[in-house]
Structure formats: C-alpha cells, structure tokens
Design a protein around this ligand. Structure first.
Ligand code: GDP
Length: 390
C-alpha cells in the first residue's frame, strides 16, 4: 500500500523518520510522500531521514518555534491558522501514486495531538483517498495532563479521520526502563508491525507472485466504516534460502518442506499474534473486521495455513468479515503473522484513559476556580497596610 505519511509533532516526526529508515533498509517503498509538521524548530531539526524541504514549521508568529508546551488546544489553533502552508507542502504529492494518507502523532502532547485532527479534516475535504491516523497513547506514568490530552485527541481523531490505528506506549513500557530512553526501541516495534501491514499489497511487478497476495484494497476494506484498530504480530525464524546450502546438499529442497508443518507453523503464528501483546490491548470478541497478513519466503507460506488462521480468527472475534493473504518476501529470514483487528469495541484501556482524563479535568477546573481566591489571600489579605509600588 502506498502512503502519503505526515508526521505531526515530535512523536509523529520520529515515527515517520523510523518508517523512512525502514523503507530504505528493506526496499519497501511504502512512504511515497513524507512530510514532518511541528511547532518546535528543534524537533524538526532532530530528524534524520525526512528531507529538509519536507519539514514544515507552523505557528511561528504565536510560539516562535518553541512548541506549544503540551497545550493541544493551542496546537489545534495554530494548525488551523497555518493550514495553507501545510496543505501547500502536500500539493506536489503524486496523489495518483498514493492509496491513502496516514497522519502519525503522539496523542498526549500538543502539536500532533491538537494539530493532527485539523490536518485530517482538511485532507478529507480535498482528497478522495482515505485519511487514516496512527495515534500513540501516552504511558500512564506520564501523568494527568497527558492523559487528558490523549483522551480528548483520541475522540477528535476518531471523528476527523477514516480510521484511527492505535499504538499504546503504556503496553510497551519495559519494566525498569523509562519510556524516554526506550522510544527508539518502541518506534522500531511500531514500524515492524505497521510496516508489514501496509507493505502488504505492494508487491511490485516482477516481484513475488504468491498464491493469494494481499491487495491494498483489502486493507482499505478492512479499515472501512471508521473506528479504532489494533495490531498483533508474531514471528519465527526460518532458514533463509541462501543459508540452506547444507539442506540442499542433503536434498531437502523447497518442494520437500512438509506442508503439514508449514500449515501448523502458520496457524500457531496467527494465534500468537492475536493472543499476544496488541498495539492497543483489547478483547478479540466484538471486533468488527479483521485482516491477516502472512509474510515470509514464499515456500513457507501456504493457502491452507491462511485458511485455518482465518477460520480461527472468525471464531475468536465473532466476525465473519476476516480477510487474509500473503506478503511474500523472498529474502526474509523469518515468517511473520500480522493481524489487524478493525473496529474493536471492548477496550478497557480506553475506558481507563477516559476515567483518568475526567478526573484530571475536574481537578484542573477545581484548582483554576480556587486560584484567584488563593492568590488574593496570599498576596493581599495580610498585606493591606502595604502599598504597591505603582
Ligand atoms: P508534540 O510534539 O507536542 O506533538 O508532543 P510529543 O510528540 O512530544 O509528545 C506526545 C506524546 O508522544 C508523549 O506524551 C509521549 O507519550 C509520546 N512520544 C513522544 N516521543 C515519542 C516517540 O519517539 N515514540 C513514541 N512511541 N512515543 C513518543
């Protein structure tokens, strides 16, 4: 699937950067057009793979290149004010070469959290291609304001995009490691999953022709109808074709792979992907649609495995709309399963996020309401006999 990818804010920019690095490393050519947008000059300068002429600094007259300080209402305002600049930078995107737009952002901050939905709204108005977002939830330890930002942004992204794919930093925090120091590792995990998902359906002419290759229209149909998605992933190393000299000498050629064990490997990968750690933890039951992508060297993929995996997913999700197919990668050293669960409804994590956000909002309102009185009692009450200077 060919994407126009816009990284909004710091997290968005860094994840976009990681996608560009992935494209370069794997030859995926997933990101056909890239744009990084931010209110903070330093964050844009820190990017490595996004070309300099594909970076847009907005809000200079308001925040002078210093960012919006986790104020996502300001992030939204500034994006609206400078939207022409952002849309102008997307003018030369070869839209006929692009299947969808993907806005990437951290939901807990200010620029991407507030500005991303504004951009999505304008993109949807102008282009006929679907506009998706990849939203990163803050870790719970980041505190109330980030949670409040994320809950409000989440709701707005769902309304303004054709689909919100979610990645939860909290689920990926390794014990003993602060999230900050772990971002590079977390971003790799993001790109590994979404790179395989969106990379499917993009088998170039002259590339591998597998039994049932996933087409980008299947990704689009799985995401149709809006809502929220999560992704599962599992992988297993296999012998690379060129590393299999010994096997070949022993006569164990491709055709000799036992089909039953190939099928079993696939079905067990599908289970591990769906039951393991999802990008947004949730219950499988109640999922509206799903897509299964099996990736690896063609000789390790077979139709029967995918059929079994799909049937199992139908049972687990209760959905009859489960698509599936191959993403052949001849040089891969592993077989991987990616499961996209689309239109998930039973998501305790989102309910928790909203609960904490409401508490934070009440607390902030409460403190604001008392603030004038408190300041008065601190500064003036006991100092009535003192005169201010002027
Ligand atoms: P913005 O620049 O104002 O849009 O805000 P940030 O992107 O800096 O931060 C928003 C949230 O994104 C933070 O609360 C973190 O949860 C998260 N975040 C920041 N940087 C990264 C990153 O590189 N990777 C990931 N996965 N999350 C990040």
């Amino acid at each position: 699937m060919r994407l126009a990818m816009i990284g909004f804010g710091q997290a968005g920019g860094k994840v976009l950067d990681a996608f560009l690095e992935y494209d370069r490393r794997t030859g995926s050519n997933l990101v056909r057009a890239a744009l990084a947008v931010n209110t903070a000059r330093a964050d844009l300068m820190g990017l490595e793979y996004v070309p300099e002429d594909r970076r847009v600094l907005i809000g200079q007259s308001r925040v002078k290149g210093h960012g919006v300080g986790a104020d996502n209402e300001l992030g939204a305002e500034v994006a609206e004010e400078d939207i022409d600049e952002v849309m102008g930078a997307l003018d030369d995107v070869p839209v006929h070469e692009v299947d969808a737009f993907l806005v990437v952002a951290g939901l807990g901050g200010g620029s991407g959290s507030g500005g991303g939905p504004v951009l999505a709204r304008h993109l949807k108005r102008i282009y006929t291609e679907p506009v998706y977002a990849l939203g990163v939830l803050p870790s719970a330890e980041e505190g109330g304001i980030y949670t409040l930002n994320a809950a409000r942004s989440f709701e707005t992204y769902v309304r303004e995009t054709d689909h919100l794919l979610v990645f939860d930093n909290d689920a990926w925090r390794r014990s003993g490691e602060s999230v900050q120091s772990g971002y590079d590792g977390i971003n790799e995990e993001i790109v590994r999953r979404f790179g395989l998902l969106f990379g499917a359906g993009e088998v170039e002419a002259g590339g591998e022709v597998a039994e049932s290759v996933v087409d980008s229209s299947e990704i689009i149909n799985t995401l149709a109808g809006g809502g929220v998605s999560t992704v599962g992933y599992a992988t297993e190393e296999v012998e690379r074709p060129d590393a299999g000299l010994l096997s070949r000498l022993r006569g164990a050629e491709a055709e000799d792979l036992d089909p039953a064990s190939t099928t079993n490997r696939i079905t067990s990968l599908v289970r591990r992907a769906a039951l393991g750690r999802l990008t947004l933890p949730c219950e499988l039951e109640g999922t509206e649609r799903a897509l299964l992508v099996l990736s690896g060297p063609p000789r390790y993929l077979n139709r029967k495995g995918i059929e079994r995996g799909r049937t199992w997913l139908e049972e687990e999700t209760g959905s009859m709309e489960v698509r599936g197919g191959d993403y052949p990668r001849r040089d891969a050293a592993e077989v991987s399963a990616v499961v996209l669960l689309s239109g998930v409804t039973r998501v305790e994590r989102i309910k928790d996020l909203q609960r904490v956000a409401i508490e934070a909002q009440e607390n902030i309102e409460d403190i604001r309401a008392r603030s004038d009185a408190n300041l008065h009692s601190l500064v003036e009450e006991d100092a009535e006999e003192l005169e201010p200077l002027f």
